[in-house]
Design a protein around this ligand. Structure first.
Ligand code: GLN
Length: 191
């Protein structure tokens, strides 16, 4: 199993480490050639504006959309969720979303005062809570009917799934808990 972690920028190292704990071959994806060698992709947290320009200039923007249409499992966390959403508010006007999950996200939408916080999340299908670590997290403002909401904070979705795309507004790689990575790898083994 070869799983890519987008490594253009941002918080990719701990995702690689989490995957390696499962004996999965984790590939740091920096160009189209790296991307073409993987069966699934994690888009980590970081700066979504920078990442979206780098995705376009490397040609990976279109390639990710094509692979997703063919069913490639993709996990997007924090900035990754923003990139995968269908509409971004408070981004740069020339920042294009991948549009693979029908949600609308507002960058840094939890506001400055609480721009980082933690919350024990009750996640659909998990038998005990998961510690959600939110760092300048996106706020999900709208959700399409084809999207399954798996967890919420204050009635706002923080974890969603649409087909083979899973997104979280928090950083699962920072929790001492690999259940979200397990869930993602199960999506890959079933695909
Ligand atoms: N605020 C960042 C952005 O808009 C996301 C923060 C994160 O990934 N931790 O891209």
């Amino acid at each position: 199993m070869k799983v890519g972690v987008l490594a253009l920028q941002g918080a990719f190292k701990l995702h690689v480490k989490a995957l390696e704990q499962f004996g999965v071959e984790a590939i740091e994806v920096r160009n189209l050639e790296n991307f073409n060698s993987v069966e699934a992709l994690i888009i980590p947290g970081g700066e979504s504006t920078t990442m979206s320009f780098l995705l376009e200039s490397t040609g990976m923007f279109e390639a990710i959309k094509e692979s997703s249409a063919e069913g490639m499992p993709i996990l997007g966390t924090c900035a990754g969720m923003i990139l995968l959403s269908s509409k971004i508010t408070d981004g740069r006007s020339d920042q294009n979303p991948l549009g693979l999950v029908n949600i609308e996200t507002r960058r840094n939408g939890y506001g400055r005062q609480i721009d980082s916080f933690e919350s024990d999340l009750s996640i659909k299908g998990f038998d005990r809570s998961f510690r959600g670590i939110f760092i300048r997290a996106p706020l999900v403002e709208k959700v399409g009917s084809e999207v399954e909401v798996l967890a919420e904070v204050n009635n706002r979705p923080v974890m969603c799934k649409q087909g083979s795309v899973l997104v979280t507004s928090f950083h699962p790689e920072l929790a001492d808990d690999t259940r979200i990575h397990t869930e993602f790898l199960e999506m890959l083994s079933k695909s």
